[in-house]
Design a protein around this ligand. Structure first.
Ligand code: BTN
Length: 272
């Protein structure tokens, strides 16, 4: 497996600020946790906006809903990006939208795969006739007293060259770009392409242009029968995903015809 070198990455970037400060560590517990710790410690070591923390292996990689995120050493892309958006809290979902859209487009450009987005932020590719998850995002942030986003850490894991036998077992079946495309995918061009697109979409968002239209075009959830599970209460409902509202919430019509607006939950596509 090829190494990821910061110098080579920066030479391949066309960004002005994203990834211009970058740290690559061979192994960490979790890039999101370490980046948040660096922010909390403050002082001269406080990372600037656009900072990228990369690793080749996580011992305690975290997913949404307290799940684990696992990948063999040097097989994948595992990183966290730091933003200082100063946006109203209602726009927080713009970050996951723009980062997942950038990742989907970079994967499509660097492989021959078509990528779909499963609400809210799982990237899916088709393998053996059904959608499999290749990437997930974990957004964490802090707000000011007047409801503005002070900082946000967006962690992303992309299963790049994980052999089929080493993919994690999960409720949503997992794939890697290797298993779906049937060939090794070099990590560095994919990473550079992804970061270049993130900066472009972030700047558009900072100028008030929502990433929603492009993101929604890739959403495979709409029109589909879904099982929605609210992890905090354990409650669930069956219905059909109808639309997305302005805040990026999922509007679901349940089997009794009642409408639900879902901000956060586990949503599984139901095969019927
Ligand atoms: C999910 O699908 O539930 C989100 C997965 C997010 C995984 C990434 S890998 C880099 C970053 N560090 C972590 O601990 N998690 C995120």
């Amino acid at each position: 497996m090829e190494d990821l070198q910061v110098g080579e990455l920066q030479a391949a970037l066309s960004t002005k600020w994203l990834g211009r400060h970058c740290l690559m560590l061979p192994e960490v517990d979790s890039t999101n946790d370490l980046l948040k710790e660096m922010i909390r410690q403050g002082g001269d070591g406080r990372p600037p906006a656009g900072f990228v923390l990369l690793t080749d292996f996580q011992k305690r990689g975290r997913g949404r809903l307290a799940r684990r995120w696992e990948a063999p050493p040097k097989s994948s892309l595992l990183l966290s990006l730091l933003f200082h958006p100063d946006w109203p809290a209602e726009r927080m979902n713009w970050l996951t939208m723009l980062v997942s859209l950038a990742a989907a487009e970079a994967i499509e450009t660097q492989t021959e795969l078509a990528v779909g987005i499963k609400w809210p932020n799982d990237l899916m590719v088709r393998q053996s006739g059904s959608w499999h998850k290749v990437s997930g995002l974990l957004l964490e942030g802090d707000f000011s007293a007047d409801g503005r986003l002070l900082w946000a850490v967006v962690g992303i894991g992309i299963n790049v060259n994980i052999p089929g036998g080493e993919l994690p077992e999960a409720a949503t079946p997992a794939a890697s770009l290797l298993t779906a495309a049937g060939r090794h995918v070099p990590r560095l061009p994919l990473l550079a392409d992804f970061l270049n697109r993130v900066e472009k979409y972030y700047e558009q968002a900072a100028n008030g242009r929502s990433p929603q239209p492009g993101w929604e075009e890739k959403l495979i959830t709409l029109g589909q029968p879904v099982l929605v599970t609210f992890t905090e209460t354990g409650r669930s409902l069956n219905g059909r995903a109808e639309s997305i509202d302005d805040a990026g919430h999922l509007v679901v019509l349940d089997d009794d015809g009642r409408q639900h607006t879902i901000a956060a939950a586990d949503v599984t596509l139901r095969e019927i």
